[in-house]
Write a protein that binds this ligand. Structure first.
Ligand code: CIR
Length: 257
């Protein structure tokens, strides 16, 4: 079986001018951010993914966060229309790679959606209604996905940037959540682990084939995950966190069908 692909994009030299919604702007060290990003890419490679890194773009501060630009399913890829206008020009190189692997559809205006607002758990797709993702996008996602057997559920996101800031999949039917930012009852078909209350930003974990990539900044939540028998690989994501990014947002995973 061929290796799955992980699309990444090198950190922009302009990352310090990134979009910020819930965080205060603080200086970001591009050299450190790039080193941390490479450590993240190594975790992907060690887990068996072929990392296809797109070139950095000095005119696109947030372009390292490729997750927001598309959502990849076995049957198709959906190219988003990002909620922040400054991010809409990020699409072309991501679309070019995805077109080699999937039929591509594109979300159309007036809909806006960031991939960070889309949680895929088997055949269930949860779409966060956030400052980036609107109801028109939920409708378009449903139109694209229902005919191929996915159910789409809208979820209100309150207090954080994206749905996946508040909930991610860490194992078959197991979610990691921050219950302060979403209504956990929406996920009553799933088992949930809550983040440690002292680590509100810890709900974003990247599930790979054989490990969970998880920020080293959240040891108490990491312990909760380890107690459930999950294998963690911690990475230092402190510089990208200052740009309001986390671990899912720096890659797009393309599994082989
Ligand atoms: C933004 O506000 O768009 C970026 N500064 C951070 C995006 C992070 N994306 C993600 O978590 N999916």
């Amino acid at each position: 079986m061929p290796s799955p692909l992980a699309i990444t994009r090198a950190v922009s030299s302009a990352i310090a001018s990134c979009e910020l919604t819930h965080l205060e702007r603080v200086p970001i060290d591009v050299t450190v951010a790039r080193a941390q990003h490479q450590q993240y890419e190594r975790a992907l490679a060690e887990s068996g993914y072929i990392v296809e890194r797109l070139d950095a773009d000095a005119s696109l501060p947030d372009s390292v966060f490729v997750e927001d630009i598309a959502v990849v399913f076995d049957e198709l890829a959906i190219l988003t229309r990002p909620g922040a206008e400054s991010r809409r020009a990020e699409t072309a190189p991501v679309a070019a790679v995805l077109a080699r692997h999937r039929r591509c559809e594109t979300i159309q205006a007036p809909a806006t959606i960031d991939g960070g607002d889309v949680l895929v758990a088997g055949r269930r797709v949860f779409v966060g209604r956030s400052s980036r993702t609107n109801d028109a996008a939920v409708v378009q996602m449903e139109r694209l996905l229902q005919p191929i057997g996915y159910s789409v559920t809208a979820v209100t996101v309150d207090g954080c940037l994206h749905l996946k800031s508040a909930v991610t999949v860490v194992d078959e039917r197991l979610l990691l959540v921050n219950p302060e930012w979403i209504d956990v009852d929406t996920f009553d078909d799933f088992d949930v682990i809550a983040v440690d209350p002292g680590e509100p930003m810890a709900a974003n974990a990247l599930r790979l084939r054989d490990r969970i990539v998880f920020p080293s900044a959240f040891p108490a939540t990491a312990q909760r995950l380890a107690r459930r028998g999950l294998r963690l690989q911690t990475v230092d994501a402190s510089e990208l966190t200052k740009a309001e990014g986390a671990v899912t947002c720096c890659s797009l995973i393309v599994e082989h069908r």
